[in-house]
Design a protein around this ligand. Structure first.
Ligand code: PNS
Length: 175
């Protein structure tokens, strides 16, 4: 029996966008299993906890055969080895992504020469899309429908409302 082809699709996914979903679908065409891995990144302040992000992604990838979601901390290559991934998937949207992705790919290859790094391009309609922009637009009341899965859109609205309320309470009233 041949070994299943497993891909690890890592990211912060804070939050998961339709661009990420597009990439996960594309990876699913190439691999038997796609494991979406949410990174615990203590250096970044996140809007959602890793557990919340996993839950939202799980709800958004329904029907995507062979896909599953985990969260991980530590080195990405250790996570790849643990789950038996032959490849790490990263998205490339524009030339601006390239330098950072290239450095990361070479470092990961040095750490784990047996794990291939595969870059996929999302559909053209998502080339400008990233999680930071989505949060920024939503924070200022802009419309993010169609940019993120419906559950993410809802949770984003709720979370940003809660954050704004907490900030208003914390801020001393101007006299
Ligand atoms: O969605 P992002 O923020 O671009 O994802 C970056 C991520 C999580 C893939 C990267 O920061 C990562 O791999 N973190 C795990 C720690 C690690 O292995 N760092 C060395 C990478 S060369």
């Amino acid at each position: 029996m041949t070994r299943p082809r497993v891909a690890l699709f890592p990211g912060s996914f804070d939050p998961f966008t339709n661009g990420h979903l597009d990439l996960a679908r594309r990876a699913g065409e190439l691999f038997d299993r796609v494991v979406i891995a949410v990174a615990h990144n203590s250096a970044k302040t996140s809007l959602f906890t890793p557990e919340e992000r996993v839950e939202m992604i799980e709800a958004s990838i329904g029907g995507l055969k062979g896909a599953s979601v985990i969260h991980f901390s530590g080195l990405l290559v250790d996570c790849a080895r643990r789950i038996g991934a032959q490849a790490i998937i990263r998205g490339l949207r524009a030339v601006s992504d390239f330098e950072f992705e290239f450095q990361m790919a070479l470092m990961n290859r040095r750490l784990a020469p047996g794990v291939e790094i595969a870059f996929l391009m999302p559909s053209q309609e998502f080339t400008y899309l990233n999680s930071t922009l989505v949060k920024e637009v939503a924070r200022h009341g802009g419309r993010v429908r169609g940019l993120v899965p419906p559950l993410v859109e809802r949770r984003l609205r709720e979370r940003l409302r809660a954050v704004a309320r907490a900030e208003a309470v914390a801020k001393p009233r101007a006299r």
